[in-house]
Design a binder for this molecule. Structure first.
Ligand code: ADP
Length: 378
């Protein structure tokens, strides 16, 4: 019988999962409030409804054999109920709930002895609590933060003025020499597949993420430790599904877990072209109860996010696409979002080449060539 996969969320992650599901002879049904969400056109079926909508989640469950998510902000209670009624949900709704509250996530690391920056829960209107913890610190809201929203770095008490007014904790500011992400796929039987650590390369002038590079420029020993730590966290949390584990590397080469995403992750997108089995391939396999594939990555790769350019809005225009694609090893993925806004994630491209030097040069050339913007100037 055809296996039917359901996914809560119809964004780019579900869109990139779809071909892997189809290739294995299964179907993908997408739940999203927007009938034109990126994954909807290619899905086998759609359920129109909110990510928290209990009726829609039950409707999805009635149509599929297994459910996964492409975002954390979902109706975990409804998902727990459909799971209890017999439709497996991966990751477990309780784990999604634990992870999406960054405070309970940190408390789990503490309980399990996973290295992470020291932290304490605070009331945002209690400057004394911030002082007592000690600056420099980072205030994080418990929920709702992503892509740096919900995070404020405070170097001294003068920065308390920038605080976020929401349930929060503070954690020690880590003097990291590098940030890594490690994708881990873990099947229902506990089988794990761990990808090569990905290095976040920061533009030193702009102090912004420039691109993601793999293999990361770290020693073999550190690479093995990062992979082992990522696998250990997911195993200790008894996670089943696909997880992105974000790590800090300190100047003494110690590793600290920053946070986990319980889903496919931006820092794994290069795996579509660079790895024998992509993160989405692993996700499809584990949802279908099939063995995980090899994560081997024969050549270095980079990943660049395509973000809506400032100053423009409206119908999406990809300027310089031909020039970017003329560069060897470049693959572009546009997410099919019709409306482009400044800062919106519109797509990404990956670069695969023989050497890290070549990957970096080709990625930067493609980055200069290609820009995604709205049709109208603001
Ligand atoms: P988000 O969920 O929005 O991605 P993160 O917790 O990953 O939030 O924080 C975003 C970025 O802020 C991190 O990638 C890192 O660069 C910086 N950051 C987060 N926590 C710390 C910390 N304790 N010390 C230093 N920098 C941090």
């Amino acid at each position: 019988m055809t296996k039917r996969i359901g996914v809560v969320g119809g964004g780019q992650l579900a869109r990139m999962l779809q071909p892997e599901v189809t290739a294995l002879g299964a179907t993908l049904t997408v739940l999203d409030p927007d009938a034109h969400a990126p994954a909807c056109a290619n899905a086998d079926a759609n359920v129109l409804g909110g990510y928290h909508d209990e009726k829609a989640i039950f409707e999805l469950a009635s149509r599929v054999d297994v459910i996964t998510v492409e975002l954390e902000d979902v109706g975990v209670e409804a998902l727990a109920r459909v799971r209890d009624a017999g439709t497996p949900v991966y990751p477990a709704p309780e784990l999604i709930a634990l992870i999406r509250d960054k405070l309970t996530q940190k408390q789990a690391y503490e309980r399990l002895g996973i290295p992470t920056a020291p932290f304490v829960e605070v009331a945002p209107d209690d400057p004394q609590a911030f002082d007592n913890f000690g600056y420099p610190l980072v205030q994080k809201t418990r929920t709702g933060g992503y892509d740096g929203r919900g995070v404020v770095v405070m170097d001294s008490s003068a920065d308390y003025a920038n605080r976020l007014d929401a349930p929060s904790f503070v954690e020690a500011k880590v003097d990291a020499r590098m940030e890594l992400a490690v994708m881990v796929a873990r099947g229902p039987n506990g089988e794990c597949a761990v990808f090569e650590p990905v290095e976040m390369v920061v533009d030193p002038d702009l102090n912004l993420l420039d691109l993601l590079l793999t293999p990361a420029r770290i020693s073999d020993e550190l690479r093995d430790s990062a992979k082992a730590l990522a696998e250990r966290v997911i195993t200790e949390l008894e996670g089943v599904g696909l997880f992105g584990v974000e790590l800090f590397v300190t100047h003494k080469d110690a590793l600290l877990v920053n946070e986990i995403a319980p889903r496919a992750h931006n820092s794994g997108h290069h795996s579509i072209e660079a790895c024998q089995t992509s993160q989405f391939g692993q996700q499809a396999r584990l949802l279908l109860g099939l063995p995980l594939g090899t994560t081997d990555q024969p050549k270095p790769a980079a990943l660049v996010n395509l973000i809506g350019a400032p100053g423009f809005q409206g119908e999406t225009v990809a300027e310089g696409l031909a020039d970017a694609l003329a560069i060897p090893g470049v693959t572009v993925h546009l997410y099919g979002k019709t409306e482009c806004r400044p800062g919106r994630k519109m797509g990404h491209f990956s670069v695969v080449a023989e050497t890290v030097t070549e990957v970096l040069a080709n990625a930067r050339a493609a980055k200069r060539a290609l820009s995604i913007k709205g049709k109208q100037a603001l």
